[in-house]
Design a protein around this ligand. Structure first.
Ligand code: RIB
Length: 293
C-alpha cells in the first residue's frame, strides 16, 4: 500500500448550480445550493485514501462548525488528521463555487489555511519521512510550499507540486519538485511566461519534470526528451471541480508503477471524478477505478 502525505488546504465548498454565470452587477436565480467538503489538500488526501493509499494530511481548520464537519469528514474517509491543526478563534477556509455550463468559477477565502506555517510542517517531519510520495498545492502560504519542497529534498522523498492556484515561483524552488502538475495556464504563470506560448516549449523550459493536465484531452508528461501524450477518457461531465485533485492523488498513489502507468490511471480517475457532483463526490474508489479501466 502506497503511503501518501498531503500538505495543503481544507475548505468548505459552498456550491451553487446555475443555468449560466451571472454577469458583473447582475442577479440571476440558481437551481440548487449545497455545502460539500473541499480544499485542494483535503480533496487530494481523500482521493488518495479512496484509491487505497495510507494517507496523512498536514493542514488546518478553524474552531467553527465547518471545522468540526471537515475534520470528521477526513477521519471518516480514513485520512490521518494527527497534523490537522484547529485554529482557536479562527474560521475554516471556504470556497464559493458556481457550477454552470459545464464549468466552474471558484473564490477561495483561506481562513485557517493561512495559518499552515513552516514550523507546523517541520513538526510533522517523521510523518513526511514515512511517505512514498508527498503532495503539495498552493492554497497555503508560499513559505510553507517552499518548506515542504525543502523537507522533501532533505528526506529524499518525491514531492509532487500541484501549482494551483498558480503564482510565479522562484526557479530554485521548482527544481526541488519531483514533478510539477500544472494545466497549461498554470504552467505559463508559474514560469512567468506568455500564456500564448506553446505548451510543449514551456514543458521543455520548466526546471523540473512536468505532467501537464489538459482536461478532457488527458495529459502530457515529460521526464526527458519529447513530451508524451496520454489521451483522456470519454465520460459525461457533470462537475469538473476536484478533477485536478483526483489526478494528482492518483499520480502519487501509482507513482511506484512508473510514470506512464501512473499518468494513465490518473487520467482515468480524473475522468470518473467529473461524472458526479462536488469535488469529493465523484472521486472513485480503487474498485471503481479498476472496473473502469
Ligand atoms: O480543486 C478544487 C478545490 O479548489 C475546491 O474543493 C475548492 O475548495 C478549491 O480549493
Amino acid at each position: 500500500m502506497a503511503r501518501v502525505v498531503v500538505v495543503g488546504s481544507i475548505n468548505m465548498d459552498l456550491v451553487t448550480l446555475a443555468p449560466r454565470f451571472a454577469l458583473p452587477g447582475e442577479t440571476i436565480l440558481g437551481d440548487r445550493f449545497l455545502t460539500v467538503h473541499g480544499g485542494k489538500g483535503a480533496n487530494q488526501a481523500v482521493a488518495a485514501a479512496r484509491l487505497g493509499a495510507d494517507v496523512a494530511l498536514i493542514g488546518a481548520v478553524g474552531d467553527d462548525v465547518f471545522g468540526t464537519q471537515l475534520h470528521d469528514g477526513l477521519t471518516h474517509e480514513g485520512v490521518s488528521t494527527e497534523h490537522v491543526a484547529r485554529i482557536a478563534n479562527g474560521s475554516s477556509g471556504t470556497a464559493s463555487i458556481t457550477v454552470a455550463e459545464g464549468e466552474n468559477h471558484i473564490i477561495v477565502v483561506p481562513g485557517a489555511n493561512a495559518q499552515v506555517m513552516p514550523a507546523q510542517i517541520e513538526r510533522a517531519q517523521s510523518t513526511l519521512a514515512s511517505a512514498d510520495a508527498i503532495l503539495v498545492q498552493m492554497e497555503i502560504p508560499l513559505e510553507s510550499v517552499e518548506a515542504t519542497l525543502r523537507i522533501g529534498q532533505r528526506l529524499g522523498k518525491p514531492v509532487i507540486l500541484n501549482p494551483a492556484p498558480a503564482q510565479k515561483l522562484p526557479m530554485e524552488w521548482l527544481k526541488l519538485a519531483r514533478y510539477l502538475t500544472p494545466n497549461q495556464h498554470e504552467l505559463a504563470i508559474l514560469l512567468g511566461a506568455d500564456a500564448s506560448e506553446d505548451f510543449h516549449a514551456l514543458m521543455q523550459r520548466a526546471p523540473a519534470p512536468v505532467v501537464l493536465t489538459r482536461g478532457g484531452e488527458g495529459a502530457w508528461y515529460r521526464e526527458s526528451g519529447e513530451p508524451v501524450h496520454q489521451p483522456g477518457f470519454e465520460v459525461k461531465v457533470v462537475d469538473t471541480t476536484g478533477a485536478g485533485d483526483t489526478f494528482n492523488a492518483a499520480l502519487a498513489v501509482f507513482l511506484h508503477e512508473g510514470l506512464p502507468t501512473a499518468v494513465r490511471k490518473a487520467c482515468a480517475a480524473a475522468a470518473l471524478s467529473v461524472t458526479r457532483l462536488g469535488a469529493q463526490g465523484g472521486m472513485p474508489t480503487r474498485t471503481e477505478l479498476d472496473a473502469f479501466l
